[in-house]
Design a protein around this ligand. Sequence first.
Ligand code: PMV
Length: 320
Amino acid sequence: MLTTAYAPGKSILFGEHAVVYGRPAIAVPVTQVRACAIVEDAPRGQGISIRATDLGLTHRVGARVAANHPSHALQATVVNTLERLGVDRPLDLTLTVSSTVPMARGLGSGAALATAIVRSLADHLGHDLAPQEVSDLVYQTEIIHHGTPSGIDNTVIAFEQPVYFVRDEPMQLLRVRRPFWLAIGDTGMASLTRIAVGDVRTGWAGNPKKYDALFDGIGAIAAAAKNALSSGRIGALGKLMNENQALLQALGVSSPELNRLVAAARDAGAIGAKLCGAGRGGAMLALATAAKAEGVAAELLRAGAVGVIVTQVGGAVTED
Ligand code: PMV
């Protein structure tokens, strides 16, 4: 028997970093990229082995592995899921994972892979896990990847819908009144979430007043963006993105490459643009109308992006 499960990537529209400090943030799934996990029954006595084809690694669950090795997070995801499912007998399974979500680009590659693993194991063993249960399990893996994750990545990926997220509060699904398009540009440089989050924490510890004011500003932008989304004010949304980018620059998490792509997108007619995710490298996103999205994407490539994903957020146009 063979069971396959998928999970999308994600992008943070508003509120990264401040969300770690309890301010609201908004994220959307990005379905153009996805992680895949395939579970197959294996010969008796094999135990559980994990094959990560993109990473070129094979790992037998239970074998010793260093905490910083990629197999560690994969193994922990399997072990936590089986524990949650109440499996206490030995299993013989082969789990094959792969992903088209670029790694270390703020697109949720780790959370997508973990979500696909949780879903595939639960399905294979005949369990139906609610999205919140999947999210909670993936959060455990996010702790391994990032240390102190806010929980936004596992939430938006497990629910696969736009979310308004406040740490330690029940998540809210977002109403998107009018569809809009995002061109997500990849700088080609790794964004190490743990490091960017750690640097912001050091800055905050040294000057809490300054950083709390920046977090408050970002949180207020995310709250205003929620209203703009639910009332279909796309122009307002773009302006809020530009304001959010200015505050992210003040936090010190942008980079020359991100700034260049943000400027190129605005010049090409984007309504707004900002970095997305932890920053320093990774990706940025530009908000555009259907008519402008492909032009913005082409301009991002000309300005040095190594890849661009164009994705639509929201469904059919709602008439007023
Ligand atoms: O993993 P990334 O690059 O999408 O960053 C996550 C967003 C942060 O707010 C920077 C961290 C967090 O845990 O929310």
